[in-house]
Design a protein. Sequence first.
Length: 278
Amino acid sequence: EASAIEKRRWTLNDFDIGKPLGRGKFGHVYLAREKRSNQIVALKVLFKSQLQQSQVEHQLRREVEIQSHLRHSNILRLYGYFYDQKRIYLVLEYAPKGELYKELQKCKYFSERRAATYIASLARALIYCHGKHVIHRDIKPENLLIGAQGELKIADFGWSVHTFNRRRTMCGTLDYLSPEMVESVEHDASVDIWSLGVLCYEFLYGVPPFEAKEHSDTYRRIMQVDLTFPPRPIISSTAKDLISQMLVKECSQRLPLHKVLEHPWIVQNSEPSGVYKS
Ligand SMILES: CC(=O)NC[C@@H]1CCN(c2c(Cl)cnc3[nH]c(-c4cn(C)nc4C)nc23)C1
C-alpha cells in the first residue's frame, strides 16, 4: 500500500520508471513509482541544455516554488524535484484519467452540467491561488488533467507569477509606484477570470470564442471583445450571461470569482461534489 510520499533528497534510483505519458513543453513525462512509498507519480524530465537555450530557468524555478506550496484538490501536486548532470526532474502527482483537451476533442463539446461542474472547481482553485497572491495566467484545456474521480487538476504553473513578490521586489516600498504600476499588479489576478470565461465558452461550443484563421484577426477579435454565440449547440441564456460577464475588456469590471460561484448557471448546473459523473 502506498504510504504518504515524503520529500527527501531524491535521485533517479528512488524511482521505478514506467511508460511515457506524453510530452510537456521542455521534456517527457513518465509514469513512475517512488520505491520507498510505492506511490505512483508522474516524473517530468527536463533537459538543462534546452532550458538554458530558451532562458526559462527562472520560469521553472518560479513554477517549482509556486506549485510545491499549493495544496488544493483541483491543483496538481508538485511533491519535489531533483537533478543530475544533464536533467532536472519534477516529481508530480499522477492524474489517472489523463488530459482534458483529449476528452474535449473526443466529446466535441461538454454538456452544460459537465462544463459548469468543471468551471466551478476551477473557480474554487483560482480563488485559492489568488488568496496566496498567485495567478496562473495560462488556464487552457491543454493545462488541465483529470483525477481518479473525474475531478479537474490545474497543471503546468510555468506561466504563473507571485504578484506579491513583484511588489516587494519592485523597489522595497509601494510609495514610489505609479498608479498604473500599482493598478497593473492589482489587476493581474483578473487575467484568470478572462481565461476562465474563454474556457467556459470552449467547453460549451468546442471552439474558443475569438478563434480566427490569422493571428491578427484573433488579436482584433479579443481587443474588440467580438463575442458571438453560434446557433448550435443550443446553450442556455444563463450560460451566455455568465460568459458575457467574464469576457469584459475592463478587467476591474469582470465578474469576481466568488460571484462566478453564485451565478445561477453554476448554481443550477454544477455538481456540488465538484465531480462530474458521466
Ligand atoms: C499539463 C502538462 O504538462 N501536460 C502534458 C504532460 C503529459 C503527461 N502529463 C501528466 C502529468 Cl504531469 C500528470 N499526470 C498525468 N496523467 C497522464 C495520463 C493518464 N492517462 C491515462 N493518459 C495520460 C496522458 N498524463 C499526465 C502532463
